[in-house]
Ligand binder design. Structure first.
Ligand SMILES: Nc1ncnc2c1ncn2[C@@H]1O[C@H](COP(=O)(O)OP(=O)(O)OP(=O)(O)O)[C@@H](O)[C@H]1O
Length: 269
């Protein structure tokens, strides 16, 4: 397994550092559960990373800390040289459900974060970039459609635009395509790669799918539970752009098997 997936210390000096967690821990006071312990993580500009682990190993806790929704109990969380102490403009998020407002058109949904942040005039000015984003994700022509007229995949494309409109420094993706059927999900993952590559985006994905983590990522963080911790950092040494065909290669299979073997077997479904 050495060639394809090796234990690494991310090379921080070579690439531009965007996001860094140092020795992050989280204990929930209510039940004294240590959800995270000693988590170190580094995201560099343009990299795609994923975290995978069994249910209850602390993935959601990690993402909530990274998005500024909850504070860590210990450790440092730094985005673009500034500590993360709450939700921030330079953090983009995407969830399992598209959560578009049904009474707003696609275009109006996409500029909503700007409207909330900077007002109506700014939202109007953002319509042109929003149209460009719609073109980027293949939704040109659907500007004036309502969410009810979009398929699940199209709605998630629109929510990609809504996430990108504020030009965040980091994209935090919480199983964004897990509610879609498998074929659409595979296709959307390739679209996500294309969009991230075209914008040199820095992305961090939470997923339950080893295949998804491997096909998308430069680095996969394998987590183990009780307490939630990073058990291994696996570098995915596959060329880019990745293609769905790669999922049938022996090398891909080896990496997947390696990660599977590292996961907590009893707890992982
Ligand atoms: N708000 C909370 N208060 C108390 N304990 C919590 C809270 N949120 C999570 N936990 C506990 O922290 C641990 C990690 O939970 P977390 O939801 O982060 O795991 P997860 O890996 O995201 O799980 P899943 O894959 O099932 O979503 C679990 O033991 C959980 O019970």
């Amino acid at each position: 397994m050495q060639a394809a997936a090796t234990l690494i210390e991310p090379t921080e000096s070579r690439s531009e550092l965007v996001y860094q967690l140092r020795n992050v821990g989280k204990t929930y006071a209510r039940n004294a559960i240590t959800a995270l312990e000693g988590v170190n993580l580094t995201l560099t500009r343009g990299s795609f990373s994923a975290v995978i682990g069994s249910s209850g190993c602390g993935k959601s806790t990690l993402l909530k800390i990274m998005s500024g929704l909850i504070p860590p109990s210990m450790g440092r969380v730094v985005l673009q040289d500034r500590p993360v102490t709450g939700p921030r403009r330079d953090i983009g998020m995407m969830f399992q459900q598209a959560t578009l407002f049904p009474w707003r058109t696609t275009l109006q949904n996409i500029v909503l974060p700007i409207e909330i942040r900077d007002g109506r005039a700014a939202a109007k000015a953002a319509q042109e970039p929003a149209r460009e984003l719609l073109e980027l994700v293949g939704l040109k022509g659907f500007e004036n459609s309502y969410p009810g007229d979009l398929s699940g995949g199209m709605a998630q494309r629109a929510s990609i635009c809504r996430m990108l409109i504020t030009e965040p420094a980091v994209l935090l993706l919480d199983e964004p395509f897990s509610a879609l059927d498998e074929l659409t999900r595979d296709f959307m993952n390739m679209e996500l790669q294309r969009i991230c590559m075209s914008r040199n985006a820095t992305a961090f994905l939470v997923t339950h799918s080893i295949q998804e983590a491997v096909i998308l990522s430069d680095v996969v963080y394998v987590m183990k539970p009780r307490p939630g911790r990073i058990a291994e950092v696996v570098e995915i040494d596959l060329p880019r752009p990745r293609t769905l065909d790669m999922m049938t290669t022996p090398k891909f299979g080896e990496i997947v098997e390696h990660i599977r073997s590292r996961l907590d077997k009893e707890a992982f479904i």
